[in-house]
Design a protein around this ligand. Structure first.
Ligand code: IPE
Ligand code: IPE
Ligand code: MG
Length: 254
């Protein structure tokens, strides 16, 4: 399912490069994560004005558990602090916060902040802000599939695909634009299903340096792209329609 015209863009961001940003300054990695929080504030404030209705931010991947325990703990407390400090501001902005990913392995304090922020901002209509914490796209797809199979009726792969599309669409919908900062060009298990036709923008900018202008530039780049969804380029569509008409006419010719 593609997002409908006029309903606003779904932008997903892999916020990468915090560690290197800090290392270049001779600072500990956690200083980079702290600086990254300011970048989150900047993009959240700017997003609605750029026609972004939904934004999914990759804050902590399930594979990030491989990092030193101290770094993991620091990231969780920064996320918790962000949710606590920004709660009122998110309400003012009209943002509805939702955490995606596993919740069963998160520290209790973080879980509480997530739940409080989610309920405090539940009425937000301008921006659906999804923060991915302990998130793995493969795990999310597998879980959705297991639920559908458990419910029964998924006897064909078509039915399963339709079911999965419905479940994942209800959860967040297709990504229009996926941005990764920090110079790497990979998805790192983020929104694999939802990004089937996402436009990808990679930037060398480290996440703590990312600002409103960079977000705007990515959206401008997105608007320049010709999304085809397997069809023909928009410029050729008219020609293609004429060709189809002609071949139809040829078939009809006795
Ligand atoms: C992204 O920055 C933030 C998280 C993964 C939590 P990194 O911490 O991956 O920064 P680099 O890639 O090491 O520079
Ligand atoms: C992806 O970044 C996860 C987040 C940004 C939260 P990583 O830095 O963990 O990804 P890899 O390990 O370089 O693929
Ligand atoms: Mg990284």
């Amino acid at each position: 399912m593609q997002s409908e015209a006029g309903e606003g863009l779904h932008v997903a961001i892999i916020m990468d490069g915090n560690g290197r940003w800090a290392a270049r300054r001779g600072w500990p990695r956690v200083a980079g994560h702290r600086a990254g929080v300011a970048a989150v504030r900047r993009v959240v404030e700017r997003a609605p004005e750029l026609g972004i209705a939904r934004m999914t931010l990759y804050a902590f991947s399930s594979d990030n558990w491989r990092r030193p325990a101290l770094e993991v703990r620091s990231i969780f407390s920064l996320i918790a602090a962000y949710l606590r400090i920004e709660r009122e501001r998110l309400k003012e902005v009209g943002a509805r916060l939702e955490a995606i990913g596993r919740r069963d392995r998160l520290p209790r304090l973080l879980l509480r902040e997530i739940e409080q922020c989610e309920s405090a901002t539940a009425g937000g209509r301008r921006l659906h802000l999804r923060v991915a914490v302990d998130y793995s796209s493969r795990e999310a797809i597998a879980r959705a599939a297991a639920e559908l199979v458990g419910e029964g009726g998924m006897h064909s792969h078509e039915a399963l695909e339709r079911g999965l599309a419905a479940v994942l669409h209800a959860a967040g919908g297709d990504v229009d634009l996926l941005i990764r900062t920090g110079g790497e060009k990979r998805l790192s298990d983020f929104l694999l299903w939802e990004s089937a036709y996402a436009e990808l923008v990679f930037t060398d900018r480290m996440w703590p340096d990312f600002d409103e202008t960079d977000l705007e530039a990515a959206v401008v780049e997105f608007r320049r792209r010709d999304r085809r969804f397997g069809g023909v380029p928009a410029a050729n569509a008219e020609t293609a329609a004429m060709a189809a008409e002609l071949s139809g006419a040829a078939l009809r010719t006795p």
